[in-house]
Design a protein around this ligand. Structure first.
Ligand code: DAH
Length: 340
């Protein structure tokens, strides 16, 4: 019996060390220590022993049992630890790897400058007005003192949809909508797209953007016009920026002016950028023609006003020294990325 116990211990040691997974280990445990296991089978023979032999053999059997139990529980721990380590190794994340950056968009340079202009005018108490891009001839031309056979219509080659409906050639059309729906005092700007049947080149595009301005109140003069535009340009181009008004003609303003801004390259001295003039033409403006006021139901003997229309592309091109307008519309991200 002693030999049996020794042998079971030896075989168990070999078998346990050979086991590689928990399920097999458990099967082995049942085979050795279970109710129908080998050790139990040996212990059943205890009854056959003499009373003197029994205590020593009982002690040995208990020793063997506890040896086997320790062996198995040590092996269980070892197998569990190995399984855990294997899982950790398999689930490792390399946190030193560079993450994928999400591609975010950004504003187009035209929108960046438009937003700046909006902010400047909102700061002066203006509000924003909107009008349709598909417009009646009446708002685009007639109400602005351009009757059907007016020669100045030819300077704005127009996309007509019907004889009476067209893509607006100027944001000045919004002036009429505003005067029809609001009472003075009026202070609005209206940024938006306009369309002309122009061939595409470095300074022309059939679609471009204007920002219209309209102020109507009692006692508004040309000095208000100049002060407002000078402030705008100083905010856009720096405090030392000066503007210059040159007499011009627009059918809807009297007097009318073209407004030049001091060349920020040479500060008025004359250089290649301003073709030696020291100033660069940026917009049209004037005092709203009394006929235009009256036509929209505003009493021109009580109220006066000024208006202006500036080309957004020109301002953006000057601001960022862009020499070709097409760059603004091609939407090549390699170009646009610079304005992030
Ligand atoms: N609408 C004119 C143009 O497209 C610009 C302009 C001139 C607008 C004088 C005005 C203005 O409001 O008063 O050339």
């Amino acid at each position: 019996m002693k030999e049996q116990l020794k042998s079971i211990e030896e075989r168990a040691r070999e078998a346990v060390s050979a086991v590689t997974d928990l399920k097999a280990l458990d099967e082995l445990r049942v085979k050795l220590l279970g109710k129908k296991g080998e050790l139990t089978a040996i212990l059943k023979q205890m009854g056959k022993l003499s009373a003197e032999e029994r205590p020593a053999m009982g002690q040995l059997a208990n020793q063997v049992r506890s040896q086997l139990e320790t062996m198995i529980s040590d092996k269980t721990k070892a197998l569990q630890e190995a399984a855990q380590n294997a899982r950790l190794a398999a689930e490792t994340i390399d946190i030193t790897m560079p993450a994928k950056k999400p591609e975010t968009g950004h504003l187009h340079p035209l929108k960046i400058v438009e937003n700046e202009i909006r902010e400047i005018f909102l700061g002066m108490g203006f509000s924003i007005a909107d009008g349709p891009e598909v417009e009646y001839d009446y708002y685009n031309f007639e109400a602005l003192n351009l009757p059907p056979d007016h020669p100045a219509r030819d300077t704005q080659d127009t996309f007509y949809i019907t004889d009476n409906i067209l893509l607006r050639t100027q944001t000045s059309s919004v002036q009429v909508h505003v005067m029809e729906t609001q009472k003075p005092p009026i202070r609005v700007i209206s940024p938006g797209r306009v369309y002309r049947s122009d061939a595409v080149d470095a300074t022309h595009s059939p679609l471009f953007h204007q920002v219209e301005g309209l102020v109507i109140d009692k006692g508004i003069t040309m000095a208000d016009l100049k002060g407002t535009l000078e402030l705008l340009m100083q905010r856009l181009y720096g405090d030392d920026c000066k503007i210059r008004l040159r007499p011009h003609h627009f059918p809807f303003t009297e007097p009318s002016a073209e407004v030049d801004v001091m060349c920020f390259n040479c500060h008025g001295a004359g250089c290649r950028m301003c073709k030696n003039e020291g100033y660069i033409e940026l917009l049209g403006a004037g005092m709203v023609h009394p006929w235009v006021l009256e036509n929209s139901g505003i009493d021109s003997s009580v109220y006066s006003g000024f208006a202006f229309g500036l080309g957004l592309e020109r301002i953006v091109m000057r601001r960022y020294q862009i020499s070709d307008m097409r760059l603004l519309f091609e939407n090549d991200v390699r170009f646009l990325e610079q304005f992030r």
